[in-house]
Write a protein that binds this ligand. Structure first.
Ligand SMILES: Nc1ncnc2c1ncn2[C@@H]1O[C@H](COP(=O)(O)OP(=O)(O)OP(=O)(O)O)[C@@H](O)[C@H]1O
Length: 353
């Protein structure tokens, strides 16, 4: 097998901007004021909608794009300023996997994995052993002599991962690597990436438009919107206390708890005149049940509390829960204050009559 430790490199973005010249006149601002620390040896997810600037951000890490302003360093080396041999050296340290795999159809699995080593001038004898080791690491020993057209999407992505590891990188970039795969295959590829991160200590930076991918694999994350980072930090903190509306809208599709449809359809954001109920989301950390607390609140405040929906989620190994309740709207502030003094996080989702 390959060496089992390879310290990952931290990636730093320091006030990075990127504008593309446009045909005719003017320019497109793709990124602005990006400052982000991607920790060494961790898996960091960048999430954003189409056109948010994710690919641009990623392509600057291996020097495929140069920043218009600011600085990007990988393991302390300035990527934007690197040319020639220095840039080639950085590229060897930064492997990349792609949504559509980008395999050479005329080469077998083993030959695809060998290619980056051939380009880097690794001696022939070593190439064969290392390529075989890598093919085994991604579980494709039996398919080593097949061609890409004979493989499933998940198998092709495994080849892509083995190829990306061929130059013994310190950083692995993943550009929507699971977006073309079905949910089950996505899980197996994410697990492989997590295993590689753990065994080799590689820094993994992945871009995705799916919050579930970030939840399942990334310890750190950043949300990008309109070319700016609107929120960044540990995935657990962002999932449990999202600050930005874009983050909240990404989360609404992924937190397993949704309002029953008949309530969601009636819900309004402004409190209506007359009797109404306030719909509150409670986020509780750990796996403590909130039922006793709700019963206590109901008794202490003389309040009629309806439980609408609830679920326990996991982010990595850490559980957190989401519970949706409703209380009379004129007592909403009182209920939230009670819950918050008992260390629960609350958010008003809307009102129903
Ligand atoms: N080579 C280019 N020339 C001109 N404009 C570009 C170029 N590449 C990207 N852009 C523009 O920069 C912005 C960010 O694009 P980018 O591809 O980084 O976004 P993205 O978040 O990766 O989107 P997607 O998920 O659709 O790939 C967009 O407005 C895009 O049109």
């Amino acid at each position: 097998m390959q060496r089992e430790t390879s310290a990952g490199a931290a990636i730093l973005f320091d006030d990075v901007g990127k504008t593309y010249p446009q045909k005719g006149a003017g320019s497109v601002m793709a990124l602005e004021g990006i400052s982000l620390e991607v920790p060494a040896g961790a898996i960091t997810g960048i999430i954003g909608r189409s056109g948010a600037g994710k690919s641009t951000l990623m392509r600057m890490v291996n020097g495929l794009e140069k920043p218009t302003s600011g600085r990007i360093t990988v393991g302390g080396r300035d990527v934007g300023a690197a040319h020639g041999a220095a840039l080639r050296e950085i590229r060897r340290e930064v492997g990349m996997i792609f949504q559509h795999f980008n395999l050479l159809s005329s080469r077998t699995v083993l030959e695809n994995v060998a290619l980056p080593m051939e380009i880097a001038g690794v001696p022939r004898g070593q190439i064969r052993t290392r390529a075989s080791d890598l093919v085994a690491r991604v579980g494709l020993e039996k398919l080593a002599n097949r061609y890409p057209a004979e493989l499933s999407g998940g198998q092709k992505q495994r080849v892509g991962i083995a190829r990306a590891l061929a130059t013994e990188p310190k950083v692995l970039l993943s550009d929507e690597a699971t977006s073309a795969l079905d949910p089950e295959t996505t899980q197996t590829v994410l697990k492989l990436l997590a295993d590689i991160n753990r065994d080799l200590g590689l820094t993994v930076l992945l871009i995705t438009h799916e919050m579930a991918v970030v939840r399942d694999i990334a310890s750190h994350m950043a949300v990008i919107d309109g070319g700016r980072i609107v929120e960044a930090g540990e995935t657990y903190d962002i999932f449990t206390t999202p600050q930005h509306p874009t983050t909240r809208s990404f989360l609404s599709g992924v937190t397993g708890v949704t309002l029953p449809r008949f309530i969601a359809e009636q819900m309004v954001t402004e409190r209506p005149e007359g009797p109404a109920r306030e719909v509150i989301r409670i986020t509780f950390l750990g796996d403590k049940a909130t039922d006793p607390l709700l019963a206590q609140m109901s008794a202490a405040l003389g309040l009629d509390v309806n439980i609408l929906a609830g679920a326990i989620e996991e982010i990595g190994p850490r559980p957190f829960g989401n519970l949706l309740i409703s209380v009379p709207a004129d007592r909403g502030a009182e209920a939230r204050s009670y819950l918050e003094t008992h260390q629960q996080r609350t958010e008003v989702l809307g009102y129903v009559r």
